[in-house]
Design a protein around this ligand. Structure first.
Ligand code: ZN
Length: 282
C-alpha cells in the first residue's frame, strides 16, 4: 500500500523483513518523479503496480539517493530518466560490471563486496538474473539540480552525510517535505557500526537549511519536525560526550554534562561515536 502524505506526495513504506527501504513518489501536473528504485526487480514491480492504481501523471524521473544496493537494484524495471550525483555514478560503475549468476554472487560475498542478505534478495527477487546487467544513470549532477514536474518543484541536492559520501536528498518546497534517504544514519566499516563524528554537524546544518516539516527516511517511517529535532538532539548530545575510544569515559562525561544517564538511543549513538575513534585509530 502506498501511503499518502498530500495530494501530490506518496511513499511506499520500508519493509525490514525483506530489506526494502522507503520509496517515494512526487507528482506534478505533467510528470511524476520516483525516489529510489527498490532493492530488486520484484520490489520495483510491486511499487509500480501501486502507482498504476493511482491516477497520476506518467513517471518521467527517478532519483537514486545513494549507491547502496537496496536503493538501486530495481532501477532496470522503471522506465524513467535516472538522476544521480557524480559520486553515486562512480560507485555504480562497479555494479554495472557484475554478473548475477550463483557462482559470481558467492564470489562477491566471499570477497566482502556484497552482503549475504543482498545475495539472497537477488536470488529470490531478481528473475532472469543470469542475464541481468544494471543499466546506467542518464543525468549526472554535481551539487544541486532543480526539476519542475508541472507546478511542482523538486530540489535535488548532494549533502554532507554520516551514512555515505554520496548522499542525495530531495526537497519539495511547496509541501515542506524532504526525502533524506539513509543520510542521517551511521555506517559500518570492518564490521563495526560507527557514526562519523566530524560529519555530524555539517550534515545537520545542510538538512536544516531546508524549511521542512515532514522527513522521510530510508528505513524508518515518516518523522515530523519534533521527532527529527529529538533525533538531532540525541545525536549531538551523544557526540559531545565522546572525545576518545573509551566508552567508560564517554558515559561519565555524558552524565557530568547532562546531570543524568544516557537513554537507550543516546547510549547507542555514544557507542557508535566511540567506534568512530576506534576505526580512526586502526
Ligand atoms: Zn544506505
Amino acid at each position: 500500500m502506498l501511503n499518502k502524505i498530500s495530494d501530490t506526495i506518496y511513499y511506499f513504506p520500508n519493509q525490514d523483513d525483506k530489506d526494502r527501504p522507503t520509496l517515494g513518489l512526487v507528482c506534478g501536473d505533467q510528470y511524476s518523479l520516483i525516489i529510489d528504485s527498490g532493492n530488486s526487480t520484484q520490489h520495483a514491480i510491486d511499487f509500480l503496480l501501486e502507482i498504476e492504481n493511482l491516477n497520476v501523471p506518467p513517471v518521467k524521473y527517478m532519483v537514486i539517493t545513494h549507491a547502496h544496493w537496496d536503493h538501486f537494484l530495481g532501477m532496470n524495471e522503471i522506465d524513467a530518466t535516472i538522476i544521480v550525483n557524480s559520486l553515486t555514478n562512480e560507485l555504480l560503475k562497479k555494479w554495472r560490471n557484475y554478473t548475477f549468476d550463483d557462482k559470481s554472487l558467492h564470489e562477491y560475498v566471499g570477497n566482502n563486496e556484497m552482503s549475504s542478505m543482498c545475495m539472497e534478495i537477488i536470488q529470490s527477487e531478481v528473475p532472469n538474473r543470469a542475464s541481468f546487467k544494471l543499466r546506467s544513470p542518464d543525468v549526472i549532477f554535481e551539487d544541486t539540480l532543480t526539476i519542475d514536474l508541472g507546478n511542482k518543484i523538486c530540489i535535488i541536492e548532494r549533502i554532507n552525510a554520516t551514512h555515505t559520501d554520496d548522499s542525495t536528498i530531495i526537497y519539495i518546497p511547496d509541501e515542506k517535505v524532504i526525502f533524506l534517504g539513509d543520510c542521517p544514519y551511521g555506517t559500518t566499516t570492518n564490521s563495526l557500526f560507527h557514526y562519523k563524528q566530524s560529519l555530524l554537524l555539517p550534515m545537520i546544518e545542510d538538512i536544516q537549511k531546508f524549511d521542512a516539516e515532514l522527513f522521510l527516511l530510508g528505513h524508518e517511517s515518516i518523522c515530523d519536525s519534533n521527532e527529527m529535532n529529538i533525533f538531532w538532539e540525541e545525536l549531538t548530545t551523544a557526540s559531545q560526550a565522546v572525545t576518545s575510544s573509551s566508552l567508560e569515559n564517554a558515559v561519565a562525561c555524558f552524565k557530568l554534562d547532562n546531570k543524568r544517564g544516557p537513554n537507550d538511543n543516546e547510549l547507542f549513538f555514544i557507542k557508535a561515536f566511540v567506534n568512530d575513534y576506534i576505526i580512526q585509530s586502526q
